[in-house]
Design a protein around this ligand. Sequence first.
Ligand SMILES: Cc1ncc(C[n+]2csc(CCOP(=O)(O)OP(=O)(O)O)c2C)c(N)n1
Length: 365
Amino acid sequence: MMGLWVRFPPVAPRRSKRCHACSGVFLLRSSEMGKTATRRTWRGGKRSERFLHFAKVCFIIIPKETWQDCSTAAVLNNCEKEHAMTTNEKKQLMATACKVRMGVIEGTHAAKAGHPGGSLSAADLFTYLYCKELNVDPSNPKWEDRDRFVLSKGHTAPGLYAALAQRGFFPESDLLTLRHIGSHLQGHPNMNETPGVDMSTGSLGQGVSAAAGMALAAKYQGKSCRVYTLLGDGEIQEGQVWEAFMFAHHYKLDNFCAIIDNNGLQIDGRVADVMSPYPIAEKLRAFGFRVAEIDGHDFDQLEAAFTLARGTKGCPFAIVMKTTKGKGVSYMEDQAGWHGKAPNDEEYAQAMAELKAQLAEVEGM
Ligand SMILES: Cc1ncc(C[n+]2csc(CCOP(=O)(O)OP(=O)(O)O)c2C)c(N)n1
């Protein structure tokens, strides 16, 4: 059985209801379909097709198991069709993400320390945020009305720094000074030293609280800027995180977006074994969040999720993104051992060769 979505219809179809996540979208049950959509709708195409155009209305068909849940990737994929980025834009993001990953490897190798695993799992997110989502100005990093990003899982600073360098906040060559004495790029983000860093973090659980406070402050000041924060799935074992979530809902912080990097691993192994945070999305919904669950390595899904976030009014938004720790470097992928360890010279050479090959492939697309 299929569900039928009607996007931006001139008149809301009878017996339809407003989707609880996408304003302007109406949901019809397939049993109601014949009555409102008319048989002619179906003549032009097979029932299995996901998009049908009829009378200037785009009908989007999605499987029954997903049609009541706007947080699923299937629905986000449908939303994405409305806001699709160009192929070239996506290619540029993919290329930049490769460079961000290279920056992580360069930095941790040069420092002989640092956290590559969780930096690589979030590399696509960092790329998307700094290249597309955040309203920031690298030539004026302290611009008052900028969007804020708080890296609550502060140990993944190498990923943040690599993205900031790509966005032009400081030269890429600075990445080689990671964790060196006198460098502005220390092991955890420092808002007083590093251009583009909005909050000093590293003690897990605290960044999200600061971010929620920033969002409330922006509301009080009548500013339209938004606040984003990235948490680890191990980090959300901290009780303080849930106090911040409660706060965000209580103050209806619809300018606040929490992103959970669900790479499934923390310092000691699988989060599910250490202290299970699952089901993450359901818990966030119970705390009053609107939630999108996506693949955090898919730029279309990232775009769709952030589009929904920006359109959400009256409550905070959360993105639970499934990722792979160590993504992009074969021997680091899904290995807890690469949480906080730097590659040696041989491992560095292999990682860089792999990432350069990925970049070449993207550029040849
Ligand atoms: C309050 C606090 N306790 C412990 C640590 C040490 N620590 C650093 S990273 C980490 C694991 C975090 O796992 P996760 O949040 O899943 O991060 P990711 O896998 O994305 O790197 C721990 C326990 C810390 N930084 N802060």
